[in-house]
Design a protein. Structure first.
Length: 554
């Protein structure tokens, strides 16, 4: 099946998708369209965002919905508001010529009363996020007792975002007879568990898995010290003119820091992370989609709902722990037949991590060196010509009388002058700066070949602490390991404050002993009597956006 016209999709659907330029089904659509149209078994489809998942389930189902009935027949559950809106929008486009089919999107962060009003129109399709769907079930505004299809989209994300109980509650509201279609980018343990409990002998489909990495993405890595990361990032951006880029960071704080750095340096950039309100996130995504900004700095979770096809670059400012996340991030470029570049900034001590990503993903990632100032200027000049020569239309009426007498100059001299003028600031910046020195992977990292790194780091830092100050054991005190350290901007006063806040219920003040803040984690001592209260109160709390975890130190 190479063309949609060879499928059993109805003429109304073919007309709608023809209008938006879909000709051939994507890999997943080739497999799901005939399956869903003819089989009643449950389905597990392993597919990532960007593979055409939404059309893969909605096109065959749209053709089977009974539009004379006003009961809900299809429920699609997905993890985020953005994805929910995207799916609902796509379904509306695909059902353009099926006027009696109605769909409604229900999601948090928006008026529930407005959504209840829309539900009074009796849609056959609901697309929703789990939390809001439960609220609406509780208000008796939703009834799923007659659905034929339940789609769990990005099931791995929903589970990792803590929606397990909500999903189970919603599933218990649906009939046994429905067909469940589960879409997930990864087959995590939680996905496996939920499939076992709620799907019956599912048929399995897998596309775009980790071993089928896109061929049109070039992967590069640059070894840079932590101190020079932002300067390296600036140089990489400057050496790629006319780019449209997402930069991935690991934490909200890092995301904001990198975005602030870029904005302060005059780049059209902004941050997208979970500390922003929904309205702020919507504004940032809109600006990026409209290309009012061409750099988005984001966390993995926040970038999930963003669907942009024309990214030229993905930059991993920090490496993720999971190779699948690396592949997933990189796969955001190189879409819709375009080429893409994925760039990873690697710290000298991350050699092993890079090796693991390479071996598990089977991606060839080539080492490159941070461009020198003169190379950046050359790339900028090429970028100006590229833009100049691709612009064919006159954007404004040009009066030739405005051009003064230039006969004293040759064409080349004029072009040179214009470029000097255009690139002056950047050229001056790089003229006064030393190029970045080449950085190698640290020896320590190369030599390390056994055991868990974190444990050893912990041991090493701990030993260092011990060398500095021999400690006599105080029987009334208990010593804790705390997962945050200097790099999280943790200070002694913060530790004191955290301890006081977490032990204030009893009305007594805990004695606090030694506090030792190391690079990646810390140790502190408090009176034994407060041990349980502290442990109870500290979990699930955050410090500057990071989860706090403590355990009794050995
Ligand atoms: P999804 O994985 O559903 O987020 O889809 C990714 C992108 O591919 C969306 O922009 C869809 O509109 C587009 N798309 C889906 N199916 C096709 C197709 N068969 N031909 C062309 N574009 C498609």
């Amino acid at each position: 099946m190479n063309l949609f016209t060879e499928t059993d999709l109805s003429p109304e659907i073919l007309k709608a998708i023809g209008e938006i330029g879909y000709e051939s089904p994507t890999e997943i659509q080739k497999q799901t369209i005939p399956f869903i149209s003819t089989d009643i078994r449950d389905l597990i489809a392993l597919a990532q965002t960007g593979t055409g998942k939404t059309a893969a389930f909605s096109l065959p189902i749209l053709g089977m919905i009974d539009d004379s009935s006003r009961k809900i027949q299809l429920l699609v559950l997905c993890p985020t508001r953005e994805l929910c809106l995207q799916i609902a929008k796509d379904i509306k486009i695909y059902s353009k010529y099926l006027p009696n089919i109605k769909s409604v999107a229900v999601y948090g962060g928006s008026s529930i009363n407005d959504q209840i009003k829309q539900l009074r129109e009796k849609p056959q399709i609901i697309v929703g996020t789990p939390g809001r769907v439960i609220d609406l079930i509780n208000r008796k505004a939703l009834d799923f007792s007659n659905i034929h299809w339940l789609v769990l989209d990005e099931a791995d994300e929903m589970l990792s975002m803590g929606f397990k109980d909500d999903l189970e509650t919603i599933i218990s509201e649906t009939p046994e007879t429905k067909q469940t279609l589960l879409f997930s980018a990864t087959m995590s343990k939680e996905v496996e568990r939920i499939s076992k409990n709620y799907l019956t002998k599912p048929h399995r489909i897998s596309v775009g898995s980790i071993n089928e990495v896109k061929k049109n993405i070039k992967h590069e890595y640059y070894v840079v010290s932590y101190r020079q990361k932002k300067e390296a990032l600036k140089r990489l951006i400057d050496s790629n003119p006319n780019h449209y880029t997402i930069i991935f960071c690991r934490t909200r704080m890092e995301t904001q820091e990198v975005a602030d750095f870029l904005m302060q340096n005059g780049y059209a950039a902004d941050a997208l992370h979970g500390d922003l309100s929904q309205a702020q996130r919507d504004t940032v995504m809109k600006k990026f989609r409209l290309k009012n900004i061409n750099i988005l700095v984001a966390t993995d979770v926040a970038a999930r709902g963003l669907d942009v096809d024309s990214l030229t670059h993905v930059i991993h400012f920090s490496l993720p722990d999971d190779p699948e996340v690396f592949v997933h991030r990189s796969g955001r470029t190189g879409r819709a037949g375009r080429d893409g570049v994925s760039i990873a900034l690697i710290k000298p001590e991350e050699g092993r991590k890079l090796k693991m990503i390479k071996s598990q993903s089977k991606i060839e990632i080539v080492e490159k060196f941070i461009p020198k100032g003169e190379d950046i200027i050359k790339a900028q000049v090429a970028g100006v010509f590229e833009q100049l020569l691709s612009q064919h239309e006159d954007v404004f009426e040009f009066d030739n009388a405005l051009i003064p007498d230039l006969s004293a100059f040759t064409k080349e001299e004029l072009v040179k002058q214009l470029l000097q003028f255009q690139l002056k600031d950047m050229a001056l910046y790089y003229k006064d700066r030393n190029d970045l020195a080449e950085v190698k992977f640290s020896k320590e990292d190369r030599d390390r070949d056994r055991g868990g790194r974190r444990d050893r780091d912990r041991g090493r830092d701990r030993d260092r602490g011990r060398d500095r100050k021999p400690r006599r054991k105080n029987e009334n005190m208990v010593r804790f390991f705390f997962n945050l350290g200097k790099r999280d901007q943790l200070k002694k006063v913060d530790v004191l404050d955290i301890i006081n806040q977490s032990t204030k219920k009893s009305g007594k003040k805990a004695d606090i002993g030694d506090i030792e803040i190391l690079e990646k984690f810390s140790f502190f001592e408090i009176e034994k009597n407060f041990k349980d209260e502290l442990m109870r109160n500290i979990s699930n709390k955050k410090f500057k956006g990071r989860e706090m975890r403590i355990e009794v130190a050995n």
